[in-house]
Design a protein around this ligand. Structure first.
Ligand code: NDP
Length: 511
């Protein structure tokens, strides 16, 4: 694991690095050093309007390529992304502070989604015949999913490659043009993605980027895009939905989480401790599906806690290459993390690792909290830092009911053998990982999304592709109607026969 990169006087090397607007440009900076990472022109509402116009034209060309033409170009882009993964990861590190190794893992998952969406769009969205039923047997049925035209994508900073690609790749594969508004904290990564797409598909501006603060995102919501895919906090998701409601623009909302891990009596405790620490602290805990709460049944609680503390205590913190945990990207998040830790301790909780003194901007050292009341902020609100609350529960039933007692419902994790699947099914979350954590996000065949305050709609998988296509249903006459129902020409005899048929088909009680 190497020597800790963290030193107690870390504040000495920190120049606060929030992005700023300067001369009409968004200036993005590294959160650890304050060094400038890039400058990008801020888009006005008129600029966005023009981008939508360009996107409409480009989208027509893109849709006209058909599934095969788009697949070929998307795979070309995927190859470029794969060849330049290190460059992308280093940019992500320079701009967002994420350790390069973590950025590579993130980008790998994003590239896999580009590949899968390209290869599966025709199967999921392409025209196909659907079975007719006896009542309308004289008609054939056809279904296809047509593109919306231009899809707006608004993304967060914490996974600036994977989260936007979860929408962008699927929207493109479905035949849409895309306008992407990256977070103000990671505009350079967003621009890099669009530039690399333009190298693979130089003909038309199929994938454009607009830069700026929240008001630019709001303007994109109102710009007339066919659909808006948002990933970010629950508070902003509500604003996005309200703005989109003005024009009845459909939305897909991927919002925050407060994911729990349940550790049952027959769990592999080393694996559970490893997953709790990685799931809770990867990307400095700034992960929507990061583990923030652990519920361990009484017989294994003490051993699990000791293993988690030992592992988390070994993690290195800093900006250097060898660090496991980088800086907190958004300076304001430090206050949230500090508040959660202080409040937990003020309310009777104990820090068995880290604690208030672990918060040294822009870093937070691993912190493990126990005996924290379930109504404390550290248990109910998204902390977004390298912290875990661990609680002893009587049994898995108590764990499930506590895990389900928050408004969020994004991901979850269960460690155990005999009852793990049954426990996972009872968790009110969009995804669960058994004997692992976070793995569902890289499984491109599975849908990703939440319930409750975590949002609605799905990215990834078949469902993720369908989010970016409008269902188009077509019926086609293939023969004369024996019982003409949909015409004023029907006779009383025919209506009587319809009544008979209805009773025959649906009138019996048995299935
Ligand atoms: P925010 O909600 O602060 O911002 C998300 C995006 O929305 C940014 O691009 C932001 O722009 C933009 N935005 C801000 N205000 C508005 C507005 N009024 N209208 C339209 N767009 C607006 O989230 P963060 O960037 O801080 O991301 C962290 C959050 O994202 C966490 O809650 C995390 O859980 C969640 N998340 C959810 C995921 C999921 O798949 N469910 C995945 C990853 C993260 P700007 O940055 O310029 O303010």
């Amino acid at each position: 694991m190497g020597n800790p990169v963290y030193t107690p006087d870390m504040t000495a090397v920190h120049t606060p690095g929030a992005p700023r607007i300067e001369d009409g440009e968004l200036v993005s900076t590294n959160p650890a050093t304050g060094a400038e990472a890039g400058r990008f022109p801020v888009a006005s509402a008129e600029d966005i309007g023009r981008a939508v116009e360009r996107g409409r034209e480009a989208g027509l060309w893109w849709a006209g390529l058909g599934f095969a033409g788009r697949k070929e170009r998307l795979l070309r882009w995927r190859a470029l992304l794969a060849q330049q993964i290190t460059e992308l990861a280093e940019l992500s590190n320079r701009e967002g502070g994420k350790p390069v190794a973590e950025a590579i893992v993130e980008a790998t998952s994003g590239i896999e989604h580009v590949d899968w969406a390209a290869r599966n769009a025709r199967r999921v969205l392409g025209p196909r015949g659907v079975r007719s039923r006896l009542v309308l047997a004289e008609f054939s049925a056809h279904l296809e999913y047509q593109p919306y035209g231009v899809v707006g994508v608004i993304g967060p900073w914490n996974y600036p490659v994977l989260t936007p690609l979860g929408s962008i790749a699927y929207a493109l594969a479905a035949g849409n043009a895309v306008i992407f508004k990256p977070s103000e904290y990671t505009p350079a990564v967003g621009q890099w993605l669009a530039d690399s797409f333009a190298r693979a598909v130089p003909e038309h501006p199929v994938f454009q980027v607009v830069h700026g603060l929240g008001d630019v995102g709001a303007a994109l919501c109102r710009s007339g895009v066919g659909k808006l895919a948002f990933t970010g906090s629950t508070a902003t998701a509500k604003k996005v939905m309200a703005a989109c409601a003005e024009t009845l623009t459909p939305v897909l909302l991927e919002a925050g989480g407060k994911d729990a891990m349940i550790v049952d009596a027959d769990a592999d405790l080393d694996a559970a401790a490893d997953a709790a620490v990685w799931g809770g602290m990867t990307n400095a805990g700034q992960t929507c599906i990061g583990i923030e709460r652990v519920y361990a049944v009484a017989p294994v609680y003490d051993t699990l806690l000791a293993k988690v503390v030992e592992r988390a205590g070994r993690l290195t913190v800093g900006a250097g290459d060898g660090a496991d945990i980088g800086p907190i990207t958004m300076p304001s998040q430090i206050d949230v993390i500090r508040r959660h830790i202080d409040d937990a301790i003020a309310r009777g909780g104990r820090a068995v690792l880290g604690g208030p003194e672990a918060v040294q901007p822009p870093y937070v050292r691993p912190t493990i909290l126990v005996d924290v009341p379930e109504d404390a902020a550290a248990v109910r609100e998204e902390t977004f830092g390298p912290t875990l609350t661990i609680r002893r529960v009587q049994d898995a039933d108590e764990a499930v009911s506590l895990a389900n007692a928050v408004p969020y419902g994004l991901g979850s994790s269960v460690f155990g053998r005999r009852r793990a699947i049954a426990i996972a099914r009872r968790l009110r979350t969009g995804m669960s990982a058994i004997n692992s954590t976070l793995t569902f996000v890289g499984m491109s065949t599975l849908p990703f999304g939440g319930v409750g305050d975590s949002g609605f709609g799905r990215i990834h998988g078949d469902d993720g592709l369908r989010e970016f296509g409008r269902a188009k249903a077509i019926t086609k006459r293939r023969g004369p109607s024996l019982l003409p129902a949909m015409t004023f020409d029907r006779t009383p005899e025919q209506v009587a026969r319809i009544v008979k048929l209805v009773k025959l088909l649906y009138g019996r009680r048995t299935p």
